[in-house]
Design a binder for this molecule. Structure first.
Ligand code: DAT
Ligand code: MG
Length: 151
């Protein structure tokens, strides 16, 4: 299996609503591998760094405030196609437009409280992983399930 990695975070609303295990299980059952995880309360400045690409949007301040309002579960998931397929598991940004069966479609209602973040491409995945994790906080290992997942 190819070593593609993506950054996934359960936002403060997902944590407060008790959806950590639900979200982890969707990635885990799919066949992706968890290689890093921690619970952090990011500062507003850090949240702004995470969302720097959106700094000119009218909702940027509220978004940064929200991400820093409580615990976030920051994770790195690994597997073939995990960046693109992770976004499919998550669903559209606006939960009103997310398909049923997706995380946001099943578990969220409004765009400002859409419970989960996922990197949107290879470059942002690399940048976000580097922003949230030190290299030594990530593990590399072979799961015994891999030969059954990848053949
Ligand atoms: P995504 O989280 O699907 O990658 P994004 O990167 O465009 O979406 O935006 C980041 C977050 O900003 C998103 O999860 C929720 C918030 N957001 C996006 N568009 C918004 C809007 N029109 N109003 C309020 N919040 C918005
Ligand atoms: Mg995004």
């Amino acid at each position: 299996a190819e070593l593609e990695r993506t950054f996934i975070a359960v936002k403060p609303d997902g944590v407060q609503r008790g959806l950590i295990s639900e979200i982890i299980s969707r990635f885990e059952r799919k066949g992706y591998k968890l290689v890093g995880i921690k619970v952090v309360v990011p500062s507003k400045e850090f949240a702004g760094k995470h969302y720097h690409a959106l700094k000119d949007k009218p909702f940027f301040n509220g978004l940064s405030e929200f991400l820093s309002s409580g615990p976030v579960v920051a994770m790195v998931w690994e597997g073939e196609g995990v960046i693109t397929y992770g976004r499919k598991l998550i669903g559209a940004t606006d939960p009103q437009k997310s398909e049923p069966g997706t995380i946001r479609g099943d578990l969220a209602v409004v765009v400002g409280r859409n419970i989960i973040h996922g990197s949107d491409g290879p470059e942002t995945a690399k940048d976000e992983i580097n922003l949230w994790f030190k290299p030594e906080e990530l593990v590399s290992f072979t799961s015994n399930a891999e030969k059954w997942i990848y053949g």
